[in-house]
Design a binder for this molecule. Structure first.
Ligand code: NAD
Length: 445
């Protein structure tokens, strides 16, 4: 549901006032079910063999695929394949034909670039690869009508038909990535497997979600259940009633546990064993804020935030990894960071520290899980409409909503969709990444 300001500027008198005064007019963001998974026609730009191959595969998937804009009156999706660029001077040839199409993009359109990350080996090629990032992030600021622009970076040696590239493409083209904007996802290996059951991509997988009783955790639970996962939902005993209600709704297993309590991880392992549950996925979502300027920061505020948001994740993963037989063969971990952990935020030295810690933690954890065929990634949400952000002072909250290119807060389901993608079989080649779900919030890089 849109916030009060957005509802006002979408009304006839509100729209008129906003237009005359130049106030932001947030567009409607289509989400899962609001439109087809891929909006056509899809224009594939780029002259490489990889571009031909992607166009061919999209055509085989039954999509309306074009290689030029020609007389198209409306364009649903644009794929810009730049895997073979060798110097910045090469970029214009592929990118400039898009200028005339920018005003023909359909509402909720998608632009996705596919390129390779700089390697430090070839200055001209690295400059071109780096330039793709600056181009895409700037273009994202110019998108209108709820459209998004994102990029996939495919590490050298990884083919463009790797499961991770196909999965990332499918996610970024779809309405499931409604609030992912101006971001890059790196696919660093050809690991992962194609999803066969598109209607239930997580069927047969068991996923634990911490902090599941409400907010983003509850949305993740509903989205993963819709994707076919079996769920273990964990939250503090004080949230037991909400947790039981959600577990009943989703036929999930509820676990009442404070993740900071002594021996929490070991007790969880014991409960999983008792019920014969083996985890294929873990979403480390439980988190708290205790905001104060650092000048007024008490030890209690500092310690409690670090304990819930960071230390509990480290110890829980240590206990799960040590607990013989409770993790599946290719475990996927998704951890909740925050844009505050990237850019910092006034009044959030404790929270910013805890979430920056998580970004570094998933990188190290990913390296550890690689030998198990597993992955670990983080999601850094920007401003998401939950009870946590409802506690912010009204003016700060209103500003936080508008300082993104999409000019509105995200919904818990936007974070949930990103988690579902990172847990999917296709995302096996994506490791140690932090994916921002922030509508291209202007804070940080
Ligand atoms: P929320 O406060 O609505 O929900 C958090 C849940 O975690 C609650 O159900 C709570 O009971 C549970 N929890 C807290 N401490 C716990 C503990 N010790 N043991 C077990 N469970 C515990 O928060 P939210 O907005 O849904 O946020 C979810 C996650 O997303 C958090 O990690 C948060 O830092 C992160 N995040 C949120 C936003 C946002 O805009 N809402 C932005 C960036 C990051």
């Amino acid at each position: 549901m849109a916030d009060a300001y957005t509802r006002f500027v979408r009304s006839a008198p509100g729209a008129l006032i906003a237009k005359r005064t130049g106030l932001p007019r947030p567009a409607f963001l289509p989400r899962r079910g609001d439109r087809p998974d891929v909006l056509g026609p899809v224009v594939v730009l780029g002259a490489s063999a990889g571009a031909d191959d992607i166009a061919h595969r999209l055509l085989e998937a039954g999509l309306d695929v074009r290689r030029r804009f020609d007389e198209l009156r409306s364009v649903g999706s644009v794929l810009v394949v730049l895997d073979e660029i060798a110097a910045p001077a090469d970029l214009g040839l592929t990118l400039l034909p898009m200028t005339s199409a920018m005003r023909r993009l359909a509402p909720g359109a998608r632009i996705v670039t596919i390129s390779r990350p700089a390697t430090g080996e070839d200055p001209a090629r690295d400059a071109a690869r780096g330039a793709v990032e600056g181009f895409l992030r700037s273009l994202a600021h110019e998108m209108r009508g709820g459209g998004t622009a994102n990029g996939i970076q495919v590490t050298d040696g990884v083919p463009l038909d790797a499961p991770g590239v196909t999965g990332a493409l499918r996610f970024l083209l779809s309405p499931r990535s409604a609030y992912v904007h101006g971001q890059f996802l790196t696919v660093s290996s050809a690991d992962g497997t194609a999803t066969e059951d598109r209607a239930a991509p997580l069927a047969g997988r068991t996923v634990l979600i911490t902090g599941a009783a409400r907010g983003i955790g509850a949305a993740i639970a509903r989205t993963l259940a819709a994707d076919g996962a079996r769920l273990v939902l964990l939250d503090v005993p004080a949230a037991g009633t909400d947790l039981a209600r959600l577990a009943n709704e989703l036929r999930a297993v509820p676990v009442q546990l404070d993740v900071t309590s002594s021996g929490a991880g070991k007790r969880l392992v014991a409960q999983l064993r008792e019920r014969g549950l083996v985890l294929d996925g873990i979403v480390l979502n439980a988190g708290i804020t205790r905001d104060k300027l650092f000048a007024n920061m008490s030890a209690d505020r500092w310690e409690s935030v670090l304990a819930v948001n960071t230390t509990s994740q480290i110890t829980m993963m240590q206990d799960l990894l040590a607990g013989e037989g409770v993790l599946g063969t290719q475990p996927r971990v998704v951890s909740l960071a925050s844009t505050s952990g990237i850019a910092g935020n006034r009044g959030q030295t404790n929270y910013g520290a805890s979430k920056a810690g998580i970004i570094a933690f998933v990188d190290a954890l990913a390296a550890r899980l690689e030998s198990h065929g597993g992955t670990a990634n983080a999601i850094a949400p920007g401003f998401i409409e939950t009870e946590m952000t409802a506690k912010m002072p009204a003016l700060t909250r209103e500003v936080a909503r508008r300082v993104s290119s999409l000019q509105q807060g995200g919904l818990p389901v936007d974070v949930a969709e990103a988690a579902a993608f990172l847990l999917s079989a296709e995302a096996g080649g994506i490791r140690g990444e932090t994916l921002r779900v922030c509508g291209q919030n202007i804070v940080g890089k």
